[in-house]
Design a protein around this ligand. Structure first.
Ligand SMILES: Cc1cc2nc3c(=O)[nH]c(=O)nc-3n(C[C@H](O)[C@H](O)[C@H](O)COP(=O)(O)OP(=O)(O)OC[C@H]3O[C@@H](n4cnc5c(N)ncnc54)[C@H](O)[C@@H]3O)c2cc1C
Length: 344
């Protein structure tokens, strides 16, 4: 592309949004610096299950249901976005298991969204369209790909951006043309950009087990999902309004119980709790685009779908910065849509 050639762009946050955005901007020729005080993967993106799952999100998250078509478009961007990066996308789908009445209710809910799913011989429902990736491996590959294109990583927190001056928490000031705020739940409160006052935290706890399926589809049951892998994941809590990273077995016990109901052999598993904090808007979609604050671009508020949405968000940011048509989904993700609602 090369249309950002010579532009100096700072990205705050090396999670799914910041890392994908940094790569898209580096591909467009920008000189990118990514600031993040945390160790790589030590964020919501690192603990995530890595599902790229428009169908199950629309089925199990009421806030995501109206966005099914957008979520599908986001998923479809993944293969081209990571082409050549050695990132494996598992296309094993999602198998939904449970009592017959509950499965009938789920099927009816899916039908209400104008969709049909297949039934397995044992009665389980199958959503073949949902994909999955390994979150931590993918973060590492995105960082490596951005670094190969000249992106620089700095272990520092960004405090402010004013007329091209980016102020870091260690007191340094560096000059940039633009600043992308991709700070996840760290952006709340409007301190970095006024629009982020629209974000609220949702704490998420996920269990990593020492046994369970290594490959195969994700399995969903009532109130739980089981994700295969080297350390199979059982997720996840949605604790609205909480932003602490304290493991809390009282909240995770129901997950383990539900997992064991699906796979009794997991009763013997040793579980490690991982915690992340998601940032959410009231409509469940992120804030993407120009802030009212000059030179500041937002890519925050990923809620439950930061991985799924990452290439879409990265592409939007690159389009805005290169003055290209941001496309079909830009208006629904517009970073200032909640301010405009207040102004109306
Ligand atoms: C348990 C759990 C399971 C999940 N499963 C899935 C899933 O299967 N699929 C899916 O799509 N999504 C999933 N999600 C949601 C997904 O993880 C998030 O939506 C996504 O990771 C958010 O990415 P992000 O880049 O916006 O934020 P984060 O990953 O939180 O990254 C933000 C980064 O910004 C840094 N930062 C903060 N403040 C500053 C500052 N001032 N300066 C510089 N850096 C700063 C932080 O240190 C952090 O590293 C899950 C979330 C949780 C908690």
């Amino acid at each position: 592309m090369g249309t950002l050639s010579g532009a100096r762009i700072a990205v705050a946050g090396a999670g799914a949004f910041g890392s994908a955005t940094a790569l898209a901007l580096a591909r467009a020729g920008a000189a990118v610096t990514i600031f993040d005080p945390a160790a790589p993967g030590d964020n919501a993106s690192g603990v995530a299950a890595g599902m790229l799952a428009p169908a199950s999100e629309a089925l199990f998250d009421p806030l995501s249901a109206p966005h099914l078509a957008l979520l599908r478009r986001a998923r479809d961007l993944w293969p081209a976005f990571v082409d050549g990066l050695d990132i494996e996308i598992s296309t094993g789908g999602v198998r939904i298991e449970g009592e017959a009445d509950w499965l009938a209710e789920i099927e009816a809910r899916w039908g209400g969204l104008g969709q049909t799913c297949s039934r397995e011989a044992d009665g389980a429902l199958m959503l073949v369209e949902d994909w999955r990736l390994d979150a931590r491996k993918t973060l590492a590959r995105l960082h490596a790909a951005a670094a190969d294109l000249g992106a620089r990583f700095e272990a520092a927190s960004v405090e402010d951006f004013d007329l091209g001056a980016l102020r870091l928490s260690d007191g340094r000031v560096e000059r940039f043309d633009h600043w992308v705020v991709a700070t996840g739940a760290g952006a709340r409160g409007g301190a970095l950009a006024p629009e982020t006052a629209a974000l609220t935290p949702i704490k998420g706890q996920i269990l990593r087990l020492d046994r369970g399926a290594v490959v195969g589809p994700v399995v969903r049951g009532a109130g739980v999902y089981l994700c295969p892998g080297a350390t199979p994941a059982v997720g996840a809590t949605m604790e609205a309004g909480r932003d602490d990273l304290r493991p809390d077995t009282e909240m995770t016990a129901p997950l383990l119980k539900a997992a064991t109901a699906l796979r009794p052999e997991l009763a013997e598993a040793a579980a490690t709790i991982e915690v992340g904090v998601r940032a959410s808007t009231a409509d469940g979609l992120p804030l993407v685009g120009w802030s009212a604050k000059p030179g500041v671009m937002l890519a925050v508020g990923a809620r439950r779908n930061g991985w799924l949405l990452a290439p879409l968000v990265a592409g939007l940011v690159a389009s805005y910065l290169t003055d290209k048509d941001p496309g079909l989904d830009a208006a629904r993700l517009d970073a200032r849509r909640f301010d405009r609602e207040l102004e109306a």
